[in-house]
Design a protein around this ligand. Structure first.
Ligand code: AHR
Length: 551
């Protein structure tokens, strides 16, 4: 494998679709560094706080809780457990979620929401029906519903993001839910909430107009124009109640359906003027179909996510142009994760039982590294992606897993916790000059089949000027060797290293379990000397964070 890429391969390696930015990065910062061509050896980056992508909206780093498997029952809610509080909420899970500071959580689905009657889940518990959830063929006793979720959100200090049933449900009942949640008093639905013991309105600001309505698997799936008109109808009525709510239309749920991008265009042609954002979803795996079982290809998948973001943004802008609208939509990447082992057959069939073990993906080191890459991508695209949800939060494709006595942190918990803890302020534009390695299209599923060059190092950075702190998050995709990154700071100087940690290990397939809970866990690494030029040493196959005081 060549370690001396051409300028062309370096530009390609900066990310799919990022040629213009890459060319700019090539011309400006590195010319001053005197590195006319990509040299063998350290990667280089320039940090200039005046060059930034966006003020970080922390909703980018949200998560997701669905009525699915043991996510709600046995995850966040388990009355009778020694770990439950007086309301039945698991205190260990609340401590973990509160502890990492998850800013927003999407609820109640997912596929579940497309058959959900929210009225079944409010009011006296002993009058709530047990129903059969057809999304996951499971029993839903409705003991945890909208009000319990909002109460739980307040306890863990997170913002609720609610979804409507636009599958089997009607716009009328969607609007009724907004009235139930947000109107103070004096109307049918707001007074119903008050009789249920919630005198104050919940004031939910952000709402999803359905879930994955492009998917033939979705209850109530219809062609795009039909969904677009239903979303428009719901949104127009909701805006009468409160024009300032943030409404997200359902975009494409993955990149492989034949309707990818067409769905988004057709939906937006119907409802562009009444919505604020459009959703996109994707799940990734190290499979023969998607990566040829190659970890090197797998670790480049955050660049596929980046490409999807560019493509959906392009459709939004196309419709904006067609409609001559002054409004620019933002994106809500409200389901993303690694998910491929516990995905089919018995893993998704609840066999009409209560709280079955579904989608209980066990994560390993390479998954955690890619999750770090996804976080870097989301940060880099934060000018356009305003909401992001790691799917999901507990037990179901999740960083947290419960048993009867404790909560386990899976490998993917750590990069997520770092981004939540350290990414603050402005997300910087960081041109990186890194050697690359090739990836090949042959044999892979069409949406992941590409010939390209992938940089070994993937970098995201934030700067929090008021607090004088900066953070770098760095993925080293080199599976064999440590790599160096030389960072030149233009207009500020690091004075102290506050934290410097890495996630790495000898076995990419190793993961944590209740018996061995810290096989994949962060460890401190030798901090670089602070100063205007700093050299970071990144272990092979690692994701690292460096937190700095700057002046
Ligand atoms: O997160 C699991 C499922 O994946 C969700 O219910 C659905 O929206 C997606 O297909």
């Amino acid at each position: 494998m060549s370690r001396v890429p051409s300028r062309r391969s370096f530009l390609a390696g900066l990310g799919y679709g990022g040629a213009a930015l890459a060319a700019m990065a090539w011309r400006n910062p590195f010319a001053a560094l005197g590195t006319g061509a990509t040299a063998r050896g350290p990667a280089r980056a320039v940090i200039d706080s005046a060059r930034y992508r966006a003020e970080l909206d922390r909703r980018l780093l949200g998560s997701f809780l669905e009525h699915l498997g043991r996510a709600v029952y046995g995850g966040v809610y388990e009355p009778g457990s020694k770990l439950a509080d007086a309301d039945g909420f698991r205190t260990d899970v609340m401590d973990a979620v509160r502890g990492i500071g998850v800013p927003i959580i999407r609820y109640p689905g997912g596929n579940f929401v497309s058959g959900y009657h929210w009225l079944d889940g409010v009011g006296p518990r002993n009058q709530r029906p047990t129903v059969l959830d057809r999304a996951w063929n499971s029993l839903e006793p409705n003991q945890f519903g909208t009000n319990e979720f909002i109460t739980w959100c307040r306890r863990v200090n997170t913002e609720p993001l609610l979804g409507f049933n636009l599958g089997t449900g009607t716009p009328e009942m969607a609007v009724a839910l907004v009235e139930y949640c947000n109107v103070e008093r004096g109307t049918k639905w707001s007074d119903l909430r008050r009789t249920h013991g919630y005198a104050q309105p919940h004031n939910v600001r952000t709402w999803c107009l359905g879930n994955e309505m492009d998917g033939p698997w979705q209850m109530g799936h219809v062609p795009a124009p039909e969904y677009g008109r239903k979303a428009r109808d719901a949104a127009r009525q909701i805006r009468v109640i409160d024009p300032s709510l943030r409404l997200v239309a359902c975009g494409s749920s993955n990149t492989i359906l034949p309707t990818y991008l067409v769905w988004d265009r057709e939906v937006l042609q119907e409802c562009y003027d009444v919505v604020d954002g459009i959703s996109l979803h994707n799940y990734y795996g190290n499979t023969p179909e998607l990566t040829g079982n190659s970890t090197a290809r797998f670790l480049a998948m955050n660049l596929d996510m980046e490409r999807q973001i560019h493509e959906i943004a392009a459709v939004c802008d196309y419709v904006q142009g067609m409609l001559k609208s002054p409004k620019r939509l933002w994106l809500s990447f409200d389901e993303w994760n690694v998910w491929y082992r516990a995905r089919s057959g018995p893993f998704r069939d609840g066999r009409q039982t209560f709280a079955p073990h579904l989608l209980e993906e066990v994560y390993n080191l390479e998954d955690a590294l890619l999750v770090g890459g996804f976080l870097n991508t989301l940060l880099r695209q934060s000018d356009r992606v305003r909401v992001g949800c790691l799917a999901q939060i507990v037990n179901v494709i999740a960083p947290l897993v419960t048993n009867e006595t404790s909560v386990l942190r899976q490998s993917i918990y750590y990069p997520y916790a770092w981004a939540l803890r350290y990414a603050r302020g402005r997300v910087l534009e960081v041109p990186v000059q890194s050697e690359t390695y090739p990836i090949r299209a042959e044999g892979l599923r069409a949406d992941f089949a590409r010939d390209d060059e992938v940089p070994y190092l993937d970098v995201a950075a934030t700067i929090d000027r008021p607090n004088g702190q900066a953070c770098l998050l760095i993925l080293n995709r080199d599976l064999e060797a440590e790599r160096e990154l030389v960072v030149d700071w233009r207009d500020l100087t690091p004075t102290r290293v506050l934290a410097c940690e890495t996630l790495t290990g000898p076995d990419l397939k190793a993961g944590n379990s209740f018996v061995q809970p810290t096989v994949v866990a962060p460890r401190a690494i030798e901090p670089p000397q602070p100063g205007a030029r700093m050299t970071f040493k990144l272990p092979a196959r690692s994701y690292s964070v460096v937190h700095l005081a700057v002046s």
